[in-house]
Design a protein. Structure first.
Length: 507
């Protein structure tokens, strides 16, 4: 059967066909630009350097400014950065004074102490060269011996001292051994099978399933500490939140390939720093709603819509993340051939972050930072908003640039809410920095073996991160907790074991 082709018979039909073809060509051209942009962005993410700094000095490859003449772009000062390098001579840092020292003196022979003139040379000083000696870890066995006493005549009334409260009564592991295991796994990212090999090199056979049992038992005893951490960050008044994917085996009614999530909540208050990891099966908004129940204050997040419910809560002021808003513009700058709108956006961000640097290096108080931002940052933000509105009118629809501008425009209030109070940060980097070690460790252990194991991991990540944030050695802190937690009976007892409530720890 021959295919029927409708040939236009009038000029009007021909014009309509030409117009339809032109529209289709423009649509395909826009789609080509989008695909090319996505391809180049994927190349950049995979092969280029990941640093966001000095992006305006990079070799530029992609033109994004042709949708608007350059003279119509907002002009920014100092959009080009000139960098000079000074090669510093390597400098050896002094070894800590608290380390024990073994002094080995290398003296000259007695005949060299005699001067040629016949006098005895006097000691005028000395040169000291210090080296660092490594002493391998040592293990020792602690034997709890309890003598028994009984009457020789009646063989009754046997007396024996009560067994002291042990952290794990049915285990051979002491608090220090369990603390070392947890720090190795959750901070140094050593999976249990690697730790098992390390113990074998030391002549000790500790199967990984035994160590796993220790961790599960320790988590059961210490789980009230998570409630204490949650109460502390709820009371802080300023929380940053983030989340990252996690794979967990044997979740009820779910495939092992399903994606779960580790949520992170960080108290950004300077006096009591709290970090809480919370394992959940999904990325649904109901989880932050649950854990933040009763929270009043500032909540800072990235652009994930799972936090949009915060905007309807009168007790919470939602803060956005300037770093999250800046990131796509930085990626576009790395791809651009000529100076365009993404360069102007980055220039605005550079000015805003320069103000934060002044406050940080000057160690400004929150009150001083609040005043500085109103004087310096607010005018820049007002100008940036006007530029944003104008740029949206000319951006290519559905392009990376257009989506980035729309994101900023829709969340402008959240992004600028950091002006409200000097204690607030302009980005969510504090939470991202806390969750990054977890993502690094995930590359080593890949997945959690069970939901119970994921909850245990969340607990110990929380305790270790909170200890580090408050300046404690995590091994010393965990050992201190394990040595004292069996005596806890009330909420206050567990709260007193939080890192910021501890005055001293015996090392």
């Amino acid at each position: 059967m021959k295919k029927t082709i409708n040939i236009p018979v009038s000029i009007e039909e021909k014009d309509a066909l030409i117009l339809a073809q032109q529209e289709e060509i423009e649509r395909l051209h826009d789609r080509y630009r989008q695909v090319l942009e996505q391809f180049k962005l994927a190349q950049q993410r995979k092969f280029a350097r990941s640093s966001e700094s000095n992006v305006l000095q990079m070799e530029l490859q992609f033109d994004e400014a042709d949708s608007l003449p350059v003279e119509e772009l907002p002009q920014e000062e100092n959009t080009t950065i000139t960098i000079t390098y000074t090669r510093n001579k390597p400098k050896r840092h002094a070894l800590p004074d608290n380390l024990p020292r073994e002094v080995i003196e290398h003296d000259v022979p007695e005949h060299e102490k005699q001067c040629a003139c016949g006098c005895l040379k006097q000691r005028i000083g000395e040169e000291i060269t210090e080296q660092l000696e490594f002493i391998p870890a040592q293990l020792k066995v602690i034997a709890h011996v309890r003598p028994k006493y009984a009457c020789n005549r009646c063989d009754e009334g046997v007396s024996i001292a009560p067994m002291p409260k042990l952290f794990l009564p049915k285990s051979m592991a002491t608090p220090s051994l369990i603390a070392h295991t947890l720090v190795s796994k959750y901070q140094d990212h050593l999976p249990l099978y690697r730790q098992e090999k390390i113990w074998q090199r030391m002549g000790i056979d500790i199967p990984r399933n035994t160590v796993c049992g220790w961790i599960m038992a320790a988590a059961e005893v210490c789980m009230p500490m998570k409630d204490a951490l949650i109460r502390a960050f709820i009371a802080s008044g300023y929380v940053q939140a983030d989340e990252t994917p996690l794979q967990v085996m044997d979740e009820p009614n779910r495939k092992n390939t399903s994606v779960s999530y580790m949520w992170l909540y960080r108290s950004a208050a300077p006096d009591k720093k709290v970090v809480v990891f919370d394992y959940r099966e999904t990325r649904q908004a109901l989880w932050p709603k649950e854990i933040l129940n009763g929270f009043k204050g500032y909540l800072q997040t990235d652009g994930y819509k799972g936090y949009d419910w915060v905007d309807d809560d009168p007790n919470i002021i939602h803060l956005g993340c300037m770093a999250h808003a800046r990131r796509p513009f930085v990626e576009l700058v790395k791809l651009a051939k000529t100076t365009g709108k993404s360069h102007q956006a980055v220039a605005y961000f550079q000015k805003l972050y320069a103000i934060e640097k002044v406050a940080r290096e000057g160690k400004y108080t929150p009150e001083q930072r609040f005043i500085l931002r109103l004087e310096k940052a607010k005018p820049i933000l007002d100008e940036m908003k006007e530029w944003l509105i104008q740029s949206l009118k000319h951006a290519v629809p559905q392009s990376k640039l257009s989506n980035s501008l729309i994101y900023m425009h829709e969340r402008w209030t959240e992004l600028t809410n950091y002006l409200i109070d000097g204690i607030l940060e302009m980005d969510n980097n504090g939470a991202e920095n806390q969750i990054r070690p977890f993502a690094l460790g995930r590359k080593n252990w890949l997945f959690s073996g069970s939901p119970r194991g994921a909850h245990a991991s969340a607990l110990f990540y929380s305790l270790i991160a909170t200890a580090v944030a408050n300046g404690w050695n995590p091994f010393n802190y965990l050992r201190h907790v394990f040595e004292n937690i069996r005596s806890c009976k009330t909420h206050d007892d567990y709260t007193n074991l939080l890192p910021f409530n501890i005055i001293s720890i015996t090392s």
